[in-house]
Ligand binder design. Structure first.
Ligand SMILES: [Mn+2]
Length: 346
């Protein structure tokens, strides 16, 4: 938000997924209202088209984005296309909002009449989007919708800054949302117009939480002490404070993971915003990645679960054989849940 205000902007559009759910936590809503009001109290028009994450499945459910109205932002979060005209200096800017709920069922969209500059804001996947050599998924934005005579089309959903057409861009996300995005540069787009229409589109990178994917450990010949030492070696001399960090170990022999130095892991978890040590039994990273999920993730939850099982095994509440199976299955479920992070586009 500071970076936006530094640019002396005339109008702000958000192309969706302000929130990651229909019912975001209270502190998230309050953060949104506070930051939005910093724009609207400066009389900067702020318009939002809702994304897939924040659009209710049922038309009767109220979307949290409706709170935007309380701070004079305009949000389209229902199932209809909305047209707005904003006066910016002596220009009339027509903003057409096509929220996720209106994408299906919307054919061609035409600009509002009587505006000097026309902007379309929508959320979804454009046809033929390829990124980092792989297809991103099925398009839900039909070409017809993007071919109206707009000066600019602000796209949301894909997390990278990306030019779809000379007048249609994804601004990219302002944070990274998973290790698939470790290389991405969070930010926003500054778009300028002059008498002839679109003048320039510039990506402005902003400081986001650091994300580090540490060099993998090949653990074939390592016992628990040696693996702990390898973790220590990979994490020393690295600026981990407040970062989101992943360290993967492959070819980890059975029984080794449970002996990893807990104090070391606790210390890493304290220093990082999030530290996850992924332990894979597979020999090669590729096979584990194809398979999808790590065999174990040592985050605070995995640790707590292991301690829970150990205590009950100790007390005799759980039989030894059952406790081991329970632990292994539970860990697999936790690992699977932890690996279900959003893809690059979400
Ligand atoms: Mn989305």
């Amino acid at each position: 938000m500071d970076a936006i205000l530094e640019r002396e902007v005339d109008l702000v559009v958000h192309s969706g997924d302000v929130f990651d759910s229909v019912r975001p936590a209270t502190h998230v809503i309050i953060g949104f209202l506070k930051q939005t009001f910093r724009l609207t109290r400066e009389e900067i028009p702020y318009l939002v088209a809702a994304g897939n994450h924040e659009t209710p499945r049922l038309r009767s459910t109220t979307a949290a984005l409706e709170y935007a109205n309380l701070v004079n932002a305009i949000s389209a979060h229902g199932f209809e296309v909305e047209y707005h005209i904003e006066e910016v200096g002596d220009a009339a800017v027509g903003v057409t909002l096509v929220p996720h709920g209106a994408v299906f069922g919307t054919g061609a969209v035409t600009p509002a009449r009587g505006a000097d500059v026309n902007v379309l804001v929508t959320h979804g996947m454009v046809p033929g989007l390829e990124a980092r050599q792989h297809e991103m998924g099925e398009a839900n934005l039909q070409p017809g919708m993007l071919e109206g005579g707009f000066d600019y089309i602000a796209l949301g959903h894909y997390h990278e800054f990306h030019e779809h057409k000379p007048n249609a861009f994804y601004a990219g996300a302002t944070e990274r949302f998973g290790f698939g995005e470790v290389e991405s540069k969070p930010g926003f787009a500054v778009v300028e117009f002059d008498g002839g229409g679109l003048k320039s589109v510039e990506h402005v990178a902003i400081e986001a939480r650091p994300m580090l994917d540490l060099p993998k450990i090949s653990a074939r010949d390592l016992d628990a002490a040696a693996l702990s030492e390898a973790v220590r070696e990979r994490t020393s001399g690295v600026d981990l404070d407040g970062a989101v960090v992943r360290l993967r170990a492959y070819d980890v022999r059975r029984g080794v993971a449970s002996g990893i130095d807990r104090e070391l892991l606790r210390d890493l978890q304290r220093r990082c915003l999030n530290f996850s040590l992924e332990v894979h039994a597979e020999e090669r990273p590729e096979s584990a990645e194809q398979d999808g999920s790590p065999t174990a993730v040592f985050g605070p939850l995995g640790e707590e679960f292991a301690a829970f099982v150990a205590a009950r095994k100790e007390s005799g509440e759980l039989e030894k054989a059952f406790a081991e199976e329970f632990l292994e299955k539970g860990r697999a479920y936790l690992a699977r849940a932890a690996s279900e992070e959003p893809e690059s586009a979400a």
